[in-house]
Design a protein around this ligand. Structure first.
Ligand code: SF4
Length: 674
């Protein structure tokens, strides 16, 4: 396995990086996580670009990137910079360069930082398959050295910094042929450039490893840090999920990718890419950054070395028992995608309301039903309602009871010895409190043929409890009561490790329950999306999690919907069309926000199909990664359509392009009637 990439996976400890100065804003070192964004205006429209730069800075954006698609646009950056400064705004500016070394050399004269893409700085992509011998590969690196050196020398001379910004979708043919379309390929793509910069003693470098798939992006960042550690490099990281799209799905994907890495202690500056007005990116980025700054401010504790089964550099699903909850029609385990539980706001005494609510939700969401229902049982007077629910339509849906009434009665015998009142499943938050109560609970479950679900303390050192768990006759489902936890991801990782040390293979239930309100001024709604995405996404991308519940988002339907969106964001369960949409920039050939909405409206019912909407032909086809279909701007008012990486229709008039896309999907037999 590769070298460690973080100080601990069981507490959030910030990686030590060097500080890079970007026009007076320090990135890395002890600096807070910096927030950045990118303008979407045509760079040659200087006034519009200046206006948007100022708006971004005034909203809290600390670094603003502007595309420089050619030398003329790079020259325009000088004028833009002057005008922005004349308004008293000193936000550092970054030129975004693809393919054009000459534009980079020009831009370095005017802005504080230059971003290059190592996949296309010195290479044209031809999707060629070819074997490179070691000497041929060395020759390629010499060619790279020659193209890249002038920019290093210029940046060194002018005191500019640089981002080596790898994108999963635009790796060079050289890298693809040697390392494949992999996190390793992404990491090597950047390291080749960094080694050249170091040979000039130039170190004002920041790295990024962006992908539209958070799982790929997480692995690539972890791997590049591990490889940098081996070579004693400490360059700061710019985090981002690229082409995330818009709305809730984009926020979920960004929080999964960026939030998981921040929790691992990685990341010095972040950009949340949204296909929306870039100003909308800032509050999301700020909420993520302040979570990181808070986690990292907590004192770290001494910790014994922990041996995990998870390989953080390569995804595989954690192995566990298959549990067939056939009475309720639900099977969980590694062969099944994680199942969705959702909480109703009603209590068992409001039986009629529950039945109505569930019926409404299930009818409206045939492909994404509630697979288990969470009920809160607070008082023994609510027990009779369970009997009615049991004999109602809910006979097909397992119950998960929380807020154990034994809190009130301290009576372990309720409800397992009252099978006529029992729910199909029984969740006992306190069952593992002490050994005697745990043993009694497991016996009762066995007698009543109940599936035991235990909320346990993964840090328990009680050997009797451990031995009872290890010798349980029934398969167990395990979860945590993480309501008050500051780092529930670490606790679930500890749970998975604890379980494997006991020789158990219990499925794990990830609960998004009421979060402790660490940030009272957070927007409640968006704060919960971010927290749920970070918790669920981090674990799912590690392969941990067989049941996922959302208990805090509101109505049953909303809890259900958010749970499926979290699973889709982590690519753990695909239940609807996956959209990849670039955030747009000065190269964009059409109104990306409106067009993305039109494409979504026409194709949003195609489960399992990935559709990319990309603003330009220069980067779009490369960056749309693993999309099945691509809608790409090829000129003013003109669209090209792609199937995978192949362009199949060119220069379609934009007003016909959505219809033509639908036609193409039909021709490829991927269409279903809405
Ligand atoms: S794909 Fe979109 S964001 Fe990327 S360069 Fe083209 S228009 Fe700009």
């Amino acid at each position: 396995m590769a070298a460690p990439y973080c100080a601990s996976r069981f507490q959030s400890i910030r990686r030590k990086s060097r500080m890079v100065n970007i026009g007076g804003v320090g990135v890395g070192g002890e600096n807070p996580v910096r927030i950045q964004s990118m303008t979407t205006t045509d760079t040659m429209d200087i006034n519009a670009t200046v206006k948007q730069t100022i708006e971004l800075a005034e909203t809290g954006c600390e670094i603003v990137r502007i595309t420089a698609p050619n030398v003329r646009a790079a020259e325009a950056l000088g004028e833009i910079s002057k005008k922005v400064r004349s308004h008293g705004i000193d936000v550092p500016l970054v030129a975004d360069i693809h393919f054009m070394p000459n534009a980079a050399l020009e831009a370095a004269k005017h802005v504080e930082k230059v971003r290059i893409n190592p996949g296309n700085y010195a290479d044209r992509k031809k999707f060629q398959i070819r074997e490179y011998s070691d000497s041929q590969y060395e020759e390629e690196l010499d060619r790279l050295h020659e193209s890249f050196s002038p920019l290093i020398e210029r940046c060194k001379e002018l005191g500019r910094s640089m981002r080596i910004g790898t994108n999963h979708g635009s790796l060079s043919d050289r890298i693809m042929n040697r390392f494949g379309d992999t996190p390793r390929g992404m990491a090597e793509s950047a390291l080749e450039f960094i080694r050249i910069a170091r040979s000039y003693n130039y170190h004002d470098l920041v790295l990024s490893m962006k992908a539209s798939n958070p799982k790929v992006m997480i692995e690539a960042y972890r791997l590049v840090v591990s490889l940098m550690n081996e070579e004693k490099m400490d360059y700061p990281l710019h985090l981002g999920v690229t082409e995330a799209g818009d709305g809730e799905d984009a926020r979920i994907k960004s929080a999964i990718g960026i939030g998981s890495l921040l929790l691992d202690g990685l990341g010095d500056t972040i950009r949340v890419s949204l296909t929306e007005d870039p100003v909308q990116e800032i509050p999301v980025a700020r909420d993520l950054a302040r979570r990181a700054n808070y986690w990292w401010s907590l004192p770290s504790r001494e910790q014994d070395e922990v041996l995990e089964e998870v390989d953080p550099f390569s995804f595989s699903r954690r192995q566990c028992d298959e549990i067939n909850l056939s009475k309720a029609g639900l099977s969980i385990g590694p062969k099944h995608p994680p199942s969705v539980l959702a909480k109703t706001k009603y209590s068992p005494s409001e039986t009629a309301e529950i039945i109505q609510e569930v019926a409404k939700v299930q009818v409206g969401s045939k492909d994404t039903p509630v697979e288990g229902l969470i009920l809160s049982l607070k008082h023994s007077s609510e027990l009779p309602g369970l009997a009615i629910l049991r004999s109602s339509l809910l006979g097909a849906i397992p119950f998960f009871l929380i807020d154990d009434i034994r809190k009130e009665t301290d009576d372990d015998s309720i409800p397992p010895n009252r099978p006529n009142l029992c729910p199909v499943l029984w969740h006992s938050p306190h069952a593992a409190k002490d050994a005697a109560s745990l043993a009694r609970f497991l016996t009762l479950c066995e007698q009543a043929e109940q599936q035991p679900i235990l909320s346990i303390d993964p840090y328990s050192e009680d050997e009797t409890v451990a031995s009872i768990l290890a010798n349980a006759d029934l398969p167990l489902i395990l979860t945590l009561n993480s309501e008050k936890s500051i780092n529930p991801v670490a606790e679930y990782r500890s749970l998975a490790t604890f379980v494997s040390q006991l020789g158990l293979h219990s499925p794990i239930w990830i609960r998004n329950d009421e979060p402790s309100r660490l940030f009272p001024d957070d927007d409640l709604f968006s704060g919960r999306i971010l927290d749920s995405s970070i918790l669920t996404g981090s674990l799912l991308c590690d392969g941990i999690g067989d049941l996922v519940s959302v208990e805090n988002a509101g109505e049953l339907d909303r809890n259900r919907g958010l749970a499926y969106n979290l699973l889709q964001g982590a690519r753990a369960r695909i239940s609807k069309t996956e959209f990849v949409a670039c955030p747009s920039c000065g190269r964009t050939q059409f109104d990306l926000q409106t067009t993305t909405q039109e494409v979504k409206k026409a194709t949003g019912h195609l489960k399992g199909v990935t559709i990319a909407v990309m603003g330009c032909i220069v980067n779009g086809p490369g960056e749309m990664a693993d999309a099945d279909f691509g809608y790409v701007g090829s000129g003013p008012g003109k669209i090209d359509l792609y199937v995978g990486k192949n362009r199949v229709k060119s220069a379609i008039v934009q007003k016909d392009a959505v219809d033509q896309l639908v036609q193409l999907i039909k021709e490829e037999n991927k269409w279903i009637a809405p």
